[in-house]
Design a protein around this ligand. Structure first.
Ligand code: G6P
Length: 611
């Protein structure tokens, strides 16, 4: 959370930073600000979105060739102008932006307050900045040295970027726990939380590692560790096109990303699934096959939508591979004292690869000897780098805060891993294996068919947009989809929604049912179909409004449901890839009908880099 951008070089810094901040707004949009170096330090900041900052700066002198910018997701201190970044030091000579949390900031603040420091904001960032300046003053040292000393005292996670009025040709940055990419141009450098602000200028990038400091001039990049030793930067080529991060004619990224799913699923399968040769090629699985085959247990850790993908994977792995699976919220796993054995395999699922809780959960499991397999979307992200092995989801950049295409890509990767493992373990018979390969292969075309429901779902959205609550019910493989459908609705339309296993509704949620409650059933044809039909009848008997996602050819549910969304028939293991799509569209259109910015739902951020 929080996006950072910086520039140093011959271009005007402000337009580069502003454009970059707009691309990083998915990381937070409570406030935005820039600091520019031009005959002194100028800091401008504003509560609200980057566009609000831009408007407030019309007519200002923004000339500068070095600058830093920030878009905030508030942690310490409410969203306001004064809590917005960049923060200035007491002397006014330093400005700093920060992504992360300084956990021991109250202790540092007490020390500084005793020395007479006063603070203009409620943030941990301002405290750290003054702590750095205080060290610099007391030790009469360079900023770089003061930063190194300060960071040895800091507990928490950060990317920090500093401007120093007395050294206008240098930007200094440091990283621990939050992401930082440096773009290397000709006589210029770019810094950002991810590569999106950088790609139109250069494809040469360096991903900064934890506990590294970057000292950057227009034509020089020096990386050092906290012990002041130089590190050779590892320059990589970006594999990302500008079009991938633009809206491409859609009003919202979320809609674009929903409609991209035939392609993203195809991309995810491409080069891996070969129906003719009946193979799945995944180097990360193949190279570690003994480890995976011999796992006593698989533990899946993830957060949010990725956790829902993990829940579905539990069902698939247990069914196909006959291995016990547990699914854990990373935020719980990291703090309890889980029993982990050396033979355990952890599958960590993350779109961003930067979710703080998932990263720490991985570290805890690694310490105890577990093997970590990452299922990650963002190439080169922290989780991709700390995993022992992994598979990318290849969904391309996902910018809408509510995850859609990354979720279906995660499911595809997880199903492929399960199939490959099942084949190796001989826990699946050949006919079923070949059948499921074909079923997966056919998914992109079937997703295209589902997307034709677009107009009908818009009408449904209009019909149900004023609901106060909604219940989402599913059984078996469709239970995680019910959870995901409910999450999508509450995230972007602010309608209270709960997902439940359909049979469990009798143990509580059924008390909520009346003629105003929409109940969404995820009821595609599977082994439990007859059971879910009974659940629908139970809701109808209590006058609930039933909206059902059903399979083509189902002639029973249309007679009972108020509204239906029909998807092509598919095996129950791959059917969730179809049944989730109408739910994504429904949530998206309800959000839009209510006039909300579905790409930037209130209080949320796409990449949760704080715990
Ligand atoms: C945030 C996002 C969700 C995402 C979750 C986990 O809450 O808004 O869309 O599912 O983080 O993120 P990850 O990047 O680890 O999948």
């Amino acid at each position: 959370m929080c996006g950072i951008v910086a520039y140093i070089g011959p271009r005007q810094a402000y337009p580069v930073i502003l454009k970059g901040l707009k691309r990083l707004e998915y990381r937070g949009y409570d406030s935005a600000g820039v600091a520019l170096l031009n005959h002194g330090l100028k800091v401008y900041k504003k509560k609200g979105k980057v566009a609000d900052l831009e408007e407030s700066l019309i007519g200002k002198d923004l000339e500068a060739h070095a600058g830093i910018g920030h878009t905030r997701w508030a942690t310490h201190g409410e969203p306001s102008d004064r809590n917005a970044h960049p923060h200035s030091s007491a002397s006014g000579k330093l400005a700093m932006i920060h992504n992360g949390i300084i956990e021991n900031y109250t202790q540092l603040k007490t020390e500084l307050t005793k020395k007479g420091y006063q603070f203009k904001s409620d943030t941990d960032t301002e405290v750290l900045l003054n702590f750095i300046e205080d060290i610099q003053k007391n030790n009469n040292c360079e900023l770089e040295e003061a930063l190194r000393i300060a960071l040895k005292r800091v507990v928490g996670a950060y990317v920090l970027v500093l401007l120093d009025q007395d050294n206008p040709d240098t930007i200094i940055a440091a990283r621990k726990g939050s992401p930082l990419v440096i773009g290397i141009g000709k006589g210029e450098h770019f810094l950002a939380s991810d590569a999106s602000p950088i790609i139109e200028y250069t494809k040469d990038v360096v991903y900064v590692n934890d506990f590294e400091l970057a000292i950057i001039k227009a034509d020089e990049l020096v990386l050092k560790n906290l012990g002041n030793e130089k590190i050779t930067p590892f320059v990589q080529k970006l594999d990302l096109e500008l079009t991938a991060i633009e809206k491409g004619g859609y009003d919202f990224f979320m809609l674009k990303e929903i409609f991209e799913q035939p392609d993203t699923i195809f991309d995810c399968l491409r080069g891996r699934l070969d129906v003719n040769n009946r193979t799945i090629t995944m180097a990360g699985v193949q190279n570690n096959i003994e480890q995976l085959k011999n796992a006593n247990r698989i533990i899946i850790i993830a957060c949010g939508t990725s956790w829902h993908a993990g829940l579905l994977a539990e069902y698939v792995f247990e069914e196909l591979c006959r291995v016990p699976v547990e699914v854990e919220y990373a935020s719980e796993f990291r703090y309890r004292n889980p029993v982990i054995h050396a033979g355990d395999v952890i599958i960590a699922i993350s779109q961003s690869g930067e979710t703080a809780d998932t990263i720490v959960a991985i570290e805890r499991a690694k310490e105890q000897g577990a093997f970590i397999f990452g299922v990650v979307n963002v190439v080169g992200s922290s989780i991709a780098r700390i995993s022992n092995a992994g598979a990318y989801t290849h969904a391309g950049p996902e910018i809408g805060v509510a995850s859609t295409k990354a979720f279906t890509a995660q499911l595809v990767v997880l199903i492929m891993i399960a199939l490959k493992l099942a084949k190796e373990k001989k826990s699946i018979d050949d006919d079923r294996y070949v059948y499921l390969l074909n079923e997966l292969h056919n998914i992109p075309e079937k997703v295209k068919e589902v997307l034709l429901l677009d107009d009908d779902i818009k009408k449904l959205a209009d019909k149900y947009k004023n609901a106060k609550d909604a219940l989402y019910l599913g059984r078996g493989y469709n239970f995680p989809i019910a959870l995901e459908g409910a999450l999508k609705l509450k995230e972007i339309s602010y309608i209270h929604a709960e997902g439940y296993p359909a049979a469990e509704m009798k143990h509580g949620p059924i008390a909520l049912v009346d003629d105003s409650l929409p109940v969404v059933f995820v009821a595609t044809k599977d082994s439990y179909h007859q059971k879910i039909v009974s659940n629908i009848q139970e809701i109808k008997a209590r006058k609930g409004k039933v909206i059902a996602v059903i399979s083509a050819g189902d002639d029973m549910i249309p007679k009972m449901a108020d509204d239906i969304m029909m998807v092509p028939e598919a095996d129950e293991i791959v059917a969730p890839l179809l049944s989730v799509i109408p739910l994504q569209l429904l949530a998206c259109y309800i959000g839009i009908a209510k006039g909300y910015d579905v790409d930037k739902p209130r209080n949320l951020a796409k990449s949760v880099t704080v715990e």
